[in-house]
Design a binder for this molecule. Structure first.
Ligand code: ZN
Length: 57
């Protein structure tokens, strides 16, 4: 028997949600922060800000 009572899953493109690029930027930021690379972490924060405006506005 298969499950027939699953709620419709999110389609993954809701405005404001993280896309693949968001996840890449965040992963780079988190890795830089983990390594103490503040310069790269701050650069990723700025990159994320521009990306959000460009792709999620
Ligand atoms: Zn994004």
């Amino acid at each position: 028997m298969h499950k027939d009572d699953q709620p419709e899953a999110a389609h993954g493109h809701a405005p404001g949600s993280a896309c693949a690029r968001c996840r890449q930027i965040k992963a780079t930021h988190d890795e830089a922060a983990r390594q103490g690379d503040i310069g790269t972490a701050e650069a990723m924060t700025a990159t994320m800000g521009r990306h959000l405006r460009a792709a999620h506005s």
